[in-house]
Design a protein around this ligand. Structure first.
Ligand code: NDP
Length: 336
């Protein structure tokens, strides 16, 4: 049972040495449990927070713990009625080949909804994050302008495409010309490259009527460019701040808080942070229904960045935080 554990807490950008590959026995299971073999492991930015012991919405991992993560697994053995060998389930079994899981912590996947890997991306937690944050907080109206960064990733790409379905204009911000070209394929009305020297001017040209909804995934320089373009009554679902996850010191420059407060006041802005789990009870069933329909109709497309082999997960994770991924990062664990 190959597994990857947290070897040390990263300082700044995670290093390869912050992870350790170990071999452990295949676990045995007791009543109510399933033995799972991992097919696919999802890599997500929130894992950076769990590696750190800074206070957050979820408890940190301990050094030596198996790295956490959502997985798609085959049931190898079941000691719970209702599950059988051969079932494919969504689990949270982390960066390892085999795991014992309590049956009530996994969800059987419906093969009719498409490839089970989608349950880690467009039809899973990231897709739901986009759906809930945009619809419950952003509330885009027909003709409004919605801007999202990290726009080719699983959250951002869904935000832009759902905004289009709701009749809004979608503007995506992404790193590099290749990612920007892909946004046009997805039907975004404009794409802006945050790595280009004229990023601020590109953004201004892409939002001639200002910004009504800014779905915040990144923070940093992108947020600095967006803030002055927000319209009166703009809504900002604050979903993620990936540009800050590896920072060890405060960003350089003057304290921006007074200017931010002034924008909030004078433009009647709504900034609302959220963790997707708060909306699960109210919105998850609608999400699965609507999203699978949109995927089926071709109105929502998605892209995966598949990494072969569990041993390559650390490099892929480090790369994702730096924007080297192109689409939802999924590790093909079961390939061996
Ligand atoms: P992505 O696959 O989009 O990967 C992160 C992307 O962030 C990179 O590919 C890169 O894209 C972009 N990025 C990295 N650094 C910077 C930077 N300095 N400036 C601008 N962009 C940068 O990730 P996800 O779609 O999985 O997640 C998107 C966001 O949503 C994250 O912030 C994540 O933490 C958050 N999230 C929040 C949840 C919640 O419940 N609140 C749940 C799930 C995700 P590019 O090359 O285009 O710059």
């Amino acid at each position: 049972n190959t597994r990857i554990v947290l070897a040390s807490r990263p300082v700044g950008e995670p290093q390869r040495s912050d992870f350790r590959i170990e071999s452990a026995p295949i676990p045995s299971i007791s009543d109510g449990q399933l033995l799972l073999k991992t097919r696919y492991l999802s890599l997500d930015p929130y894992m950076r927070g769990r590696m750190s012991d800074a206070k957050s919405y979820a408890a940190p991992m301990a050094v030596g713990d198996v790295m956490v993560g959502g997985t798609v697994c085959d049931v190898i053995e079941s000691r719970e009625p209702g599950f059988a060998k051969g079932d494919v389930v969504l689990a949270f079994s982390g960066w390892q080949e085999y795991a014992a899981a309590d049956a009530h912590h996994v969800r059987k996947l419906d093969p009719r909804l498409g490839p089970p890997r989608m349950a880690l991306g467009v039809l899973g937690m990231p897709g739901f994050t986009a759906y809930a944050g945009l619809l419950a907080i952003g509330k885009p109206q027909p003709g409004e302008t919605v801007v999202v960064a990290a726009a080719t990733g699983p959250v951002g790409s869904a935000v832009g495409q759902i905004a289009k379905i709701k009749g809004a204009r979608a503007v995506g911000i992404a790193g590099g010309p290749e990612k920007c070209a892909y946004l046009a394929e997805l039907g975004f009305d404009a794409a802006v490259d945050h790595r280009a020297p004229d990023f601020v001017d590109q953004l201004a040209a892409a939002v001639p009527d200002g910004i009504d909804v800014y779905f915040e995934n990144v923070g940093g320089a992108v947020w600095d460019a967006v803030l002055p373009r927000l319209n009166t009554y703009a809504r900002v679902p604050v979903c993620g701040l990936v540009s800050q996850y590896n920072l060890t010191t405060r960003p350089e420059g003057p304290d921006r808080a007074p200017a931010l407060m002034s924008h909030i006041l004078t433009k009647s802005l709504t900034l609302r942070g959220f963790i997707q789990s708060e909306f699960v009870g109210a919105m998850y069933a609608d999400f699965i229904g609507e999203m699978s329909e949109w995927i089926h109709q071709g109105r929502v497309q998605y892209r995966e960045d598949i990494v072969d082999g569990l041993e390559n997960a650390p490099e892929a994770f480090i790369g994702m935080l730096a924007g080297r991924n192109f689409g939802k990062v999924v590790v093909n664990v079961g390939m061996a």
